[in-house]
Design a protein around this ligand. Sequence first.
Ligand code: SF4
Ligand code: SF4
Length: 401
Amino acid sequence: MPQLDDLASQCIRCGFCLESCPTFLITGDESQSPRGRITLAKEAHAAKKYSPSTVAALDTCLGCRACETACPSGVQYGKIIEIARDEIKGKNRLQKRLLDSITHPTLAKLQFALGGILPSRKPPVLLSKLLSGQLPQADTPQLPLESAWPPLGEKNLPPIKGQVYLLEGCVMRVLYPGVNDATRRLLRRVGFEVTPTRSGCCGALHAHSGYLAEAEDRAQKLAASMPDDLPVIVNSAGCGSTIKEYGSVVGEGLAEFGKRTFDATEFLHQHGLMDQLKRSKGLIPTNVAYHEACHLIHGQKISSIPKELISAIPGVNLVPLPEADVCCGSAGTYNVFQPKMARQLLNRKWANVANTGAQILATGNPGCLAWIEQANREHDHPIRVLHTLELLESSFSGLRE
Ligand code: SF4
Ligand code: SF4
């Protein structure tokens, strides 16, 4: 594993990253900036002691990695924050319990079922209990109503040319199973079939929160569940960026596994989905705005591909979204544990979305989807908030109710 002081010593304190940092944008406070946090983490690491004020400054970091994109010196801030958080002793046990439960599909499903979230869409009961009286301003994402896709049919499908694995994701499979269905359908449209496997959690949420041993365990189990040398397709931006970086902070010996991992949009783009989309029936004339999920644009450097695919949908007009690359405030469990900052960022995101006049907002990460949908719900659903893959599949199958 890289050493925190080696990583932090790459920072030349130029400050180019400051204006890219959402928490600095809101507060103007150096301790809420990448440069300030790197200095604090470096000092705490050297002293082997994280003071409460340093812990607070690191806790308010979204882990969005916008600072990495802005940094001319190539500072790997994402690794610094994960290692620093891992070094903090006596972390928030509530956060650990929440992470353990939402990254276990059966437990998460049970919570949603017990909470009556299926079909009445209330917050999960265990989550409510965990949060009640402890985090009064916390917002919890709620499940969207989803109808099934129509039968795929065999007509116009190309011959099968290969097999892939699909990471169903612990959050995605529970909150947005229709996105996984859309991913399978789109893969089939470009000639790939998904090999069934019982994939678990990739460890991303634990890694981002500084539980590196737990993340390592999950990474090893995930790779063991996908033993064949097939492409691994991921439709959650946070999971994709973590898996692609296996072999560094977590995922010892799994660098090759990371190299055959693809965000679904980049794999579909490589295998001809653009042409298929251009020949699809498309949508009625619709303005679409695209929110850049942090771990897709900053973590995986994927920005133009999803927009090219969306623009290829007949009838779609992709409208510019101001600050599209600024975090919405979801950031894993950030909106639960840092509700005030998360809310400020959501309000800012929503104002930008509303100003576009778009009828659809697309994005590539379940956390962003749930969080922006919360703002949509609070404003009486003026738009549709969709995963990019749902939108792409709608070009063939129509928008679901
Ligand atoms: S841009 Fe990079 S080198 Fe400059 S202060 Fe920020 S992290 Fe340090
Ligand atoms: S990861 Fe995001 S919130 Fe954290 S310091 Fe970098 S830009 Fe700021």
